[in-house]
Design a protein around this ligand. Structure first.
Ligand code: GDP
Ligand code: MG
Length: 321
């Protein structure tokens, strides 16, 4: 086991048990699950590693609902990162249960697990995840994130407690937001990937279709523009997505999306007086969708009420959860 400061890179000799070196230039590829409590910075890390905004980020808990795959391809390796929803203590409803199932699936699927934690002593959520790690014979790297928020001296006791809690292959302090320690983390991740051929074409960034990314962008804007309650009760579905056909006089992609909420009172808030609030969602979402697609877009947003949708299994399937 080894731990590393963010600036001073430890010599390679101090590393744990990386995969046997099977020839210097053998290609490595594999799955890396990023797990941890809500808001610890999992999506921020994924986006930083990919240098692309794949996963939506927000200061509110429970933003990520899916297992999003982000593919990082280089000349020497392909790492397929699985961003997961935040691990919670108890499932409150069917959507929560689905999200917990996603985390466990990702852990099973992965060749390597990155447990991401806040720079604090482990809480119940961390302890549970560590218990699960113990039941699996897979290498796990502990990434202590947000070190920009604490003094180095305060980190040491935290590292100690974690080191005693599990046989982590590596312990790396990072700041996903500021980019500290990420090069090192990336190098260490690669060491624990199995040898193998690339699993995806090298120019593919995700296994998720554009349609999915579009719904996530809209959902993110709702997270940014409204209070705690509305985003939690929001689901987004694309009803129509037509690419531009300049020959037929349509110069923009046409996207019609529905934002579902739980109650009529939420619908009212989402739309706002004279539709002003919803208009804001549309403006921000359209700009980002255009950047993603690299084409002009006409975005039409509708709001509909679906009482208790978080408990409705057919609906969850319909919107892809
Ligand atoms: P997730 O729920 O684990 O996916 O967390 P997000 O990636 O959505 O991040 C949650 C919040 O933490 C966002 O407001 C991020 O900007 C913030 N955050 C992520 N990484 C860092 C970090 O290294 N330092 C600080 N100060 N904030 C961070
Ligand atoms: Mg997330």
């Amino acid at each position: 086991m080894a731990e590393h400061g963010t600036k001073d890179v430890a010599p390679l000799a101090s590393l744990g048990k990386p995969r046997p070196e099977q020839g210097q230039d053998s290609f490595r590829s594999g799955f890396v699950a990023i797990i941890g409590r809500p808001n610890v910075g999992k999506s921020t890390l994924l986006n930083q590693l990919l240098q692309f905004k794949l996963s939506i980020v927000s200061p509110k808990a429970q933003t990520t609902r899916h297992k999003v795959r982000g593919i990082l391809s280089t000349e020497n390796y392909q790492a397929i990162f699985l961003d997961t929803p935040g691990a919670m203590q108890h499932a409150r409803d069917l959507l929560d249960e689905r999200m917990l199932a996603r985390i466990h699936e990702a852990m099973k699927e992965a060749d390597l697990i990155v447990l991401m934690v806040e720079p604090h002593l482990p809480g119940d959520i961390e302890q549970r995840l560590i218990e699960r790690l113990r039941q699996m014979s897979k290498p796990a790297i502990l990434a202590i994130n947000k070190i920009d928020l604490v003094k180095k001296a305060d980190l040491l006791p935290i590292i100690d407690v974690y080191r005693q809690s599990h046989n982590f292959a590596e312990i790396v302090p990072i700041s996903a937001l500021k980019g500290d320690g990420l090069g090192l983390l990336q190098d260490l991740i690669v060491r624990y990937l199995p040898e193998g051929e690339p699993l995806y074409p090298p120019d593919q960034l995700t296994d998720r279709p554009e349609r999915f990314l579009v719904t996530e962008i809209i959902r993110e804007k709702v997270y940014h523009l409204y209070g705690e309650e509305i985003p939690y009760h929001t689901a987004v579905e694309i009803e129509e997505f037509q690419e531009a056909r300049p020959k037929e006089g349509r110069n923009k992609d046409f996207i019609r999306a529905v934002i579902y909420v739980n109650k009529d009172s939420q619908k009212k808030i989402l739309i706002g007086r004279g539709g002003q609030a919803l208009k804001q969602v549309g403006i921000l979402a359209r700009e980002e969708i255009e950047t993603l697609l690299g084409r002009p877009v006409y975005l039409e947003l509708w709001v509909k009420t679906r009482p208790k949708w978080r408990e409705n299994s057919a609906f969850l399937r319909q919107v892809g959860y």
